[in-house]
Design a protein around this ligand. Structure first.
Ligand code: PRP
Ligand code: MG
Length: 174
């Protein structure tokens, strides 16, 4: 099954980028075109019935499957980027990290108010990034249609954090 294929392909890198962290390296997935195809098809299947007008992908690894998924669904893709990368007029959102603060940004013309935006990223960890993305989207008048992730780190309980935002959550592997 897709879950097993993903789990087999992801490479755990201990102590990266910091001691004590086990990094989930998804690059082996990207080298397997059949698996990439299966991932997109699994997203499409599990998102059936969800109203999605736009896919918002989170920089940077959320771009990898986000654009392909959008194109498969026939909807626009918009990038939510780290600070200082987007050239046009932007709306920004600062959010707290374990130590310090991060900022994400979106173009002000990325979508229309009232549109349903699916937030896509490769990995759900604490849920801090996608929570900030949801707040940004809502402040811009969008409706969060749900979330999709290739993989989840269940012990960080991101799922609980984002549950109040939307009932729609697709996670292909844990
Ligand atoms: C990782 C991952 C998610 C985020 C998850 O991105 O790709 O975007 O962290 O963490 P959270 O649920 O605790 O917010 P990272 O910041 O490492 O950047 P990258 O995608 O550009 O590699
Ligand atoms: Mg990321």
């Amino acid at each position: 099954m897709i879950t097993e294929q993903i789990k087999k392909a992801i490479r755990d890198i201990p102590d990266f980028p910091k001691p004590g962290i086990i990094f989930k390296d998804i690059t082996p997935i990207l080298k397997d075109p059949a698996l990439c195809d299966n991932i997109i098809n699994a997203f499409v299947e599990q998102l059936k019935g969800t109203q999605i007008d736009v896919i918002a992908g989170i920089e940077s690894r959320g771009f990898l499957f986000g654009l392909t998924l959008a194109s498969k669904l026939g909807v626009p893709f918009v990038p939510i980027r780290k600070a200082g990368k987007l050239p046009y007029t932007i709306k920004r959102k600062a959010y707290k990290l374990e130590y310090g603060e991060a900022v994400i940004e979106c173009h002000t013309d990325a979508f229309e108010p009232g549109q349903h935006i699916l937030i896509h990223d490769d990995l759900l960890a604490t849920g801090g990034t996608v929570t900030a993305a949801s707040e940004l989207i809502e402040e811009m008048g969008g409706i969060v249609a749900g979330f999709s992730f290739v993989v989840e780190l269940g012990f960080l309980k991101g799922r609980e954090r984002i549950a109040p935002i939307s009932d729609t959550l697709v996670v292909l592997a844990e």
